[in-house]
Write a protein that binds this ligand. Structure first.
Ligand code: NDP
Ligand code: 8X3
Length: 252
């Protein structure tokens, strides 16, 4: 059996690029997300392009019972996950605290914090039992510095930063590596989701500078998982050259 990677949020953006990159590298991949059709498309793409095996699990990371049930359907060999990429996440809205939508806050907190916890709680006990594994958490520049109107999204990514540190401490006796990868602006469906389908506003985010692309982050994941066992890349901040902080861009 080859190494197995489970990637959450593989129906789009970073997760999809990470799944393709790891499959190309020879990993067997478990792709997850809520959009069944997108999972099926990616499953086919991986099977056609690479000598890899792929399984897909369709579930919502916000629902712990869905996470547990989906994981339970995996064949026993596939439950021995070598690399877990906690990538599923989103920003919803860009508003000041005094007028932000409470429902937007719930979605971000439930997905980015609780979803990451639910998946980790489900997958990691077998890693601990096997004394082997690598957890990659996708954080953000938003978890390294707050920007105006983004307080709640930023808080969820600060939480990912704290959880990455805590996981590393808890996993220490078991030889399990924990890596946080924090991207700056990457053009994906991220802004379309943040602006609730307003494509014009979403596209505007990436005008006037060269943003990252999903493959840049997939390469960072590949770098982290390709290190020898005694090396843990703990934290990577990967930014466009034209971006210095969550809110400071050099736009032409
Ligand atoms: P996309 O919107 O392109 O992809 C998000 C993925 O998350 C989709 O596959 C989506 O799948 C999945 N997802 C969202 N909510 C849920 C849920 N409740 N249950 C299961 N899956 C879910 O965005 P990105 O690829 O850009 O985002 C990936 C990660 O990268 C996020 O954690 C984001 O915060 C982070 N990030 C992104 C940056 C950027 O500039 N793009 C920068 C820094 C960090 P589906 O809809 O099928 O459920
Ligand atoms: C996504 C990047 O800068 O829009 O995490 O918050 S940013």
């Amino acid at each position: 059996m080859k190494k197995i990677a489970l990637i959450t949020g593989a129906t789009s953006g970073l997760g999809k690029a990470i799944a393709l990159t790891l499959a190309k590298e020879g990993y067997y991949v478990i792709i997850t997300g809520r959009r069944k059709g997108k999972l099926e498309e990616l499953e086919q793409e991986i099977e056609i392009k690479y000598e890899s095996k792929v399984l897909s699990l369709c579930f919502d990371v916000r629902d712990y019972s869905q996470v547990e049930k989906a994981f339970a359907t995996l064949p026993e060999d596939w439950k021995k996950i070598d690399v877990l990429v906690n990538n599923a996440g989103l920003a919803v809205g860009l508003d000041p605290i005094f007028s932000g939508e409470v429902d937007d806050w719930e979605r971000m907190i439930d997905t980015n914090i609780k979803g990451l916890l639910y998946v980790t709680r489900t997958v990691s006990p077998i890693m601990v039992e096997r004394k082997s594994g690598h957890i990659i958490n996708i954080g953000s520049i938003a978890g390294k510095g707050v920007y105006p109107n983004g307080a709640v999204y930023c808080a969820t990514k600060y939480a990912v930063d704290a959880l990455s540190q805590g996981m590393r401490m808890d996993m220490l006796p078991y030889g399990i590596r924990v890596t946080q990868i924090c991207p700056g602006a990457v053009e994906t469906e991220f802004s379309l989701v943040r602006f609730k389908g307003d494509k014009k506003r979403a596209d505007q985010v990436y005008v006037g500078f060269e943003n990252l692309v999903a493959e840049d982050i997939a390469n960072a994941v590949l770098f982290a998982v390709s290190q020898p066992k005694h090396v843990d890349i703990q934290d990577m901040l990967v930014m466009p050259t034209a971006q210095a902080s969550g809110s400071l861009f050099h736009k032409e």
